[in-house]
Design a protein around this ligand. Structure first.
Ligand SMILES: [Fe+2]
Length: 316
């Protein structure tokens, strides 16, 4: 199914927004998530797992690339502490991020700008407490690259899209938990999703609550690849004279979109390869953190992050 997209009103009324949207794009906009099955070929997974397992085989390399996480999300059950290892900007995360960005350019109809990737291995007993994400995760992909579970099934991720959580999402974490993951299983309104190796879940990170219950198995390897919806995002409207969102700059390494660059590009780093908070990226990090302060104070985030209200979407 293909959809025709126009701006609903305002000065651009009737103009094509970005032409035609496919079903995945419309699902992403209307349901706040979509699932691509068999998105990543086995050869690509194998390349990434070879890199990951080489790192894992060496304690020195593991220590350099990963942090032993106390808990991925604050106030997780104490039994789940130290059951995961995670890394921002790992070698396999960076290359998978680029590969998925390129493939989504053909399979998803919003133009995306890369922010950052995160790589995590969960061990037995791991737990991902209900939460939503920051604006660098406006469009988020999650994938599993390998697992060994007790029941032979992939570890379920839950997504609650019953309302737009972005205005309350990063406020009271306990309230969010109590209304989603904390609800008894038979009364949950969230949607359980099983992602086989090669499948990809694309979701509105700040707008949907997502979580995973206790993991029963030996290991589960995951990557999280984050973007912002550059072509239609309204995040650039959160600005004032001291906090510019776009600015003209020289062409930068790894650029896929050209000038100007946005404050969210590479999550405030100069290029996709630098670790977060590298002193060399001070200028961009400062722009990023100043803008984040503005975002945090913004009372009506739903007007900006993943707001597609001005798009009129009709079946062709
Ligand atoms: Fe998340």
């Amino acid at each position: 199914m293909q959809y025709e997209v126009k701006y609903r009103d305002g000065p651009n009324y009737g103009k094509d927004a970005t032409g035609t949207f496919n079903q995945h794009t419309v699902d992403f906009i209307q349901n706040r998530f979509c699932v691509y099955r068999n998105f990543i070929p086995k050869e690509v997974i194998d390349i990434h797992m070879d890199v990951w397992k080489t790192i894992e085989a060496s304690q020195d390399m593991t220590d350099a690339v990963f942090d032993a996480e106390v808990e991925p999300i604050p106030n997780s059950p104490s039994s789940s502490k130290y059951t995961s290892k995670g890394g921002h900007t790992t070698p396999m995360g960076v290359s998978m991020h680029r590969w998925i960005h390129k493939k989504l350019a053909n399979e998803f109809d919003l133009r995306l700008e890369a922010t950052y990737s995160f790589t995590r291995k969960y061990d037995r007993g791991a737990y991902l407490k209900a939460h939503c994400d920051r604006p660098s995760c406006e469009v988020s992909a999650t994938i599993c690259t390998g697992y060994a579970s007790d029941d032979g099934e992939p570890w379920t991720i839950w997504v609650d899209n019953t309302r737009n959580w972005v205005d309350e999402g990063q406020g009271d974490q306990e309230k969010i938990f109590n209304e989603t993951q904390g609800v008894p299983m038979r009364k949950r309104k969230g949607i359980p999703i099983k992602l086989e190796v090669g499948d990809l879940l694309l979701y509105q990170g700040p707008n949907v609550i997502h979580w995973r219950d206790h993991f029963l198995g030996n290991y589960s390897y995951h990557m999280f690849l984050h973007f912002f919806a550059r072509s239609v995002s309204k995040l650039d409207r959160i600005t004032n004279e001291d906090h510019e969102f776009y600015w003209e700059t020289e062409k930068y390494e790894g650029s896929t979109v050209g000038n100007p660059r946005s404050v969210l590009m590479y999550d405030g780093r100069d290029n996709p390869y630098r670790q977060k908070n590298d002193p060399a990226d001070r200028e961009n990090e400062l722009r990023f953190s100043k803008w984040m302060e503005l975002y945090e104070k913004c009372p009506n985030k739903s007007s900006y992050v993943n707001n597609y209200d001005d798009l009129e979407i009709n079946k062709k």
